[in-house]
Design a protein around this ligand. Structure first.
Ligand code: NDP
Length: 447
């Protein structure tokens, strides 16, 4: 029998998948045109955060500038330097990804199940993000013991090159994932299979790309290379401030403590990521690849980066005010999310069994008292307040450090609209009943 015939025979014997990959018919993000503008827009914003806010200047109000020529010169020298003059930031970033990938594989951790997929299966995920972070911090401590803080200052000094490396790696990863998603026999994301290359590249075609059975690329990218880099970069900016000014300002202490707390909280609650839209619904495309690897470490570190070259000393009363907003925001965010997780995973627990809820025809129960009775997305409100407190800690010297708050508001409003749309489709009239019980979106009695 010819090999072609035997292949055909094997192909016909292969079990048909128990799921379909329907075409995406409803566009988000204003469709192909929208994503074709969002992609260069995001790249430009990341580059702008580097070239417009650095030790030489961090203000949009500089007179007599030929801004377009300046930007194009700055951007081309950033890429030329990183690609052709000093590639150390690129090698360092590749080493960073390899280090975390190795920890993902070798560190022990309990396995958690993802949500049920369209084929009825559940994927398994190793919960070792927190231990990966701890081992990384211990290694960092060892480096400081051996060489002092100069390697940390090197990271701060070369941060622009490292971010250029994140852009190259994240875009290359998205390109490879897009091409690999045509290999057939794989589950595609319902939102990334339109047939339009730009749109599908952005949204991501494949739902759960994996290397082997366990190395889940989307899950790995979601919390590790970006979030742990956020913490490490912040520590490096503290070292930079100390090395250049001889002290660490109280504003830097507040920003970095609050962000490290938030980042560590997401790693401590790593299994909660398995029920988020990113893991359950989105394909792994440029949006998540660039967002996790590049956008997060560049935009989320803006405050600490600014303070590293421009220390701000806050009064005690202002420090107290910022700390109250920070702790208040974190508590709303954490307690509301934990209450829903507890209610969904263990409804008879004494912590949540007294809460009022409605039973939906779709099967799930929706809380209408406690945190989730106050507003439909009070968790977003807490999260946003926490982010705002980190911007406030930089005082009012530059608007750039407030960019995070503006962007995060847009992200959460958009996420809210997507989630409401999803819940309306899933719960139908039950969702209207839920909304009549919980009429406020974000702020009780106000909005
Ligand atoms: P949520 O955790 O808010 O979950 C929304 C889902 O919860 C709904 O789709 C519905 O799912 C279920 N639900 C809604 N209302 C109720 C209720 N009353 N009772 C029980 N279940 C309910 O969504 P996200 O994944 O968007 O956010 C998780 C956290 O991550 C948030 O705190 C957010 O602020 C944060 N986040 C942070 C980002 C960052 O960059 N720092 C980015 C994005 C999010 P079901 O179909 O199961 O009923």
């Amino acid at each position: 029998m010819s090999s072609k015939n035997s292949n055909e025979k094997r192909g016909s014997q292969r079990k048909k998948p128990r799921y379909t990959n329907p075409k995406t018919t409803v566009y988000e993000f204003f469709g192909p045109l929208g994503v074709s503008l969002i992609m260069p827009g995001m790249v430009f914003m990341v580059l702008l955060s580097l070239i417009e806010c650095n030790s030489s200047h961090c203000s949009p109000f500089i007179p007599n500038r030929n801004i377009l020529t300046e930007w194009s010169n700055d951007i081309s020298s950033l890429f030329t330097n990183t690609l052709f003059v000093d590639r150390a930031p690129i090698y360092a970033y590749i080493g960073w990804i390899a280090w975390l990938a190795a920890l993902y594989v070798v560190l022990p951790g309990k396995m958690a199940s993802g949500v049920q997929l369209r084929d009825g299966n559940k994927l398994q995920y190793p919960i070792n993000g927190l231990s990966s972070a701890i081992v990384t911090f211990v290694a960092l401590g060892g480096i400081v013991l051996l060489y002092g803080i100069s390697p940390l200052v090197w990271v701060a000094d070369n941060f622009s090159g490292i971010i250029v490396a994140t852009m190259l790696v994240s875009t290359l990863q998205a390109l490879i994932l897009y091409l690999a998603s045509f290999r057939g026999g794989i589950m595609l994301a319902l939102g990334g299979n339109s047939g339009n290359p730009a749109y599908d590249f952005f949204m991501g075609r494949e739902l759960n790309p994996r290397i082997g059975k366990l190395f889940d690329l989307k899950y790995f990218n979601e919390l590790r290379p970006g979030i742990i880099l956020w913490v490490v970069a912040n520590i490096c900016f503290v070292a930079k401030q100390y090395s250049d000014f001889g002290y660490v300002s109280n504003s830097m202490a507040i920003v970095v403590a609050s962000q490290i707390f938030y980042a560590m909280d997401s790693l401590i609650n790593e299994s909660a990521v398995l029920t988020t839209m990113d893991i359950t619904t989105e394909g792994f495309g440029w949006m998540l690849s660039f967002g996790d690897l590049s956008w997060l470490p560049s935009i989320y570190t803006l405050q600490a980066r600014f303070l590293s070259f421009s220390p701000v000393n806050l009064s005690s009363s202002y420090c107290l005010f910022v700390s109250v907003v920070s702790v208040g925001g974190f508590l709303i965010f954490r307690l509301s999310n934990s209450q829903k997780n507890e209610f969904r995973s263990n409804p008879n627990s004494p912590k949540v069994s007294h809460l009022k809820h409605i039973q939906t025809k779709a099967g799930s129960r929706l809380l209408i008292s406690g945190w989730w009775g106050m507003a439909r997305h009070i968790n977003y409100t807490g999260d946003w307040l926490l982010g705002l407190s980190q911007c406030l800690a930089t005082s009012f010297i530059t608007p750039y450090t407030y960019f995070f708050s503006a962007y995060f508001l847009a992200l959460l409003l958009h996420r809210f609209a997507r989630d409401e749309h999803k819940c309306k489709l899933k719960y139908g009239k039950d969702w209207d009943t839920y909304c009549s019980h919980v009429p406020y979106k974000f702020i009780p009695f106000i909005y």
